[in-house]
Design a protein around this ligand. Structure first.
Ligand SMILES: NC(=[NH2+])NCCC[C@H](N)C(=O)O
Ligand SMILES: [Mn+2]
Length: 308
């Protein structure tokens, strides 16, 4: 079904300390994201880059936290942009580091609450991003958005998360790097953890279908947050936090294809692309191809004539 894709540039790199992610939206445009979507028959509206809101005055900001006021400013601006876009079409947020999901998931949650549907969150990532402002050891706020969405305490200065997601509506998929504080907290929450070991053992399809069935049964909306580092750095080198042992190109496409076939996805983040670290644009191009797959690009319809 053709959609109105609303491209939202989110040139943020304050969620971590390696400059470059702010070039992400430009790289997606150069790599042809808009064209790939139009070729699939979708309408595309590029609403340009979001500017962060004015820096909020944060009372006694903890010096361990990197760029807290900036991140709060972005959160407020992106929440608004995504909530507004969901009222009109299918938002695709071009990041920017993963701290942008503080705002995008909040915007999706606000929209879902307004239309009376439950929001689900699929986190395709090497990391669990489940720190709070108190537990983060790096102080990098791209490591906290899942905790914010789950309604964990310890987000002073941030707007309260609208309708926090019960843990059973969150699925971490592809993870292989979890800090000790996140590990301890995850054991106390009933979040689906499809780590790389599960994927090695059972493949992509069974765990993904199980999660999608939950979304379907609840008539849920589904926000997908795709971190470049979900894919193995051998195929996707343009990212600051590489972790070996990630998804192959085919596994990543298969995830996207299953998501498309489910018809359940309602919004998408593309995060952590750092074009400064790329090799002749290959990571940007791969991310555009994955975005095309989730929006319906395929080689043959299923079943093919030979099998299935
Ligand atoms: N979105 C990401 N790449 N997150 C990486 C987070 C790494 C680490 N857990 C931290 O908190 O600093
Ligand atoms: Mn991440």
């Amino acid at each position: 079904m053709p959609k109105t894709c609303i491209l939202i540039g989110a040139p943020i790199d304050s969620g971590q300390r390696r400059p470059g992610c702010l070039m992400g939206p430009a790289a997606y445009r150069v790599a042809g994201l808009g064209r790939a979507l139009t070729d699939l028959g979708h309408a595309v509206e590029d609403r340009g880059d979001v500017a962060p809101g004015p820096l909020p005055a944060v009372a006694a900001p903890d010096p361990r936290l990197h760029a807290l006021p900036e991140t709060i400013g972005w959160t407020i601006a992106l929440k608004e942009a995504v909530e507004d876009a969901l009222g009109r079409g299918f938002p695709i947020v071009m990041g920017g580091d993963h701290s942008l999901a503080l705002g995008t998931v909040a915007g999706a949650a606000a929209h879902a609450a307004a239309v009376g549907r439950p929001l689900f969150l699929l986190w395709l990532d090497a990391h669990s991003d489940f720190h709070t402002l108190q537990t983060t050891t790096s102080g990098n706020l791209h490591g906290v958005p899942v905790a914010y969405a789950a309604g964990r305490d310890g987000f002073d200065g941030f707007p309260p998360f609208p309708a926090p997601l019960p843990p059973e509506r969150i699925c971490l998929f592809g993870i292989r790097s979890v800090d000790p504080e996140e590990h301890a907290a995850l054991l106390l929450h009933d979040i689906s953890i499809i780590d790389m070991r599960v994927i090695d053992e059972f493949g992509i399809c069974a765990p993904m279908r199980e999660f999608l069935e939950k979304v379907r049964a609840a008539n849920g909306m589904l926000h997908v947050s795709l971190d470049v580092d979900f894919v193995d750095p051998a195929h996707a080198p343009a990212v600051g936090t590489t972790v070996p042992g990630g998804a192959t190109v085919r596994e990543a496409h298969l995830v996207m294809e299953l998501l498309h076939e489910s018809g359940l996805v309602t919004s998408l983040d593309l995060v952590e692309l750092n074009p400064f670290l790329d090799e002749r644009g290959r990571t940007a191009r791969l991310m555009v191809e994955l975005a095309a797959s989730i929006m319906g690009r395929k080689v043959f319809d299923r079943p093919t004539r030979g099998f299935g």
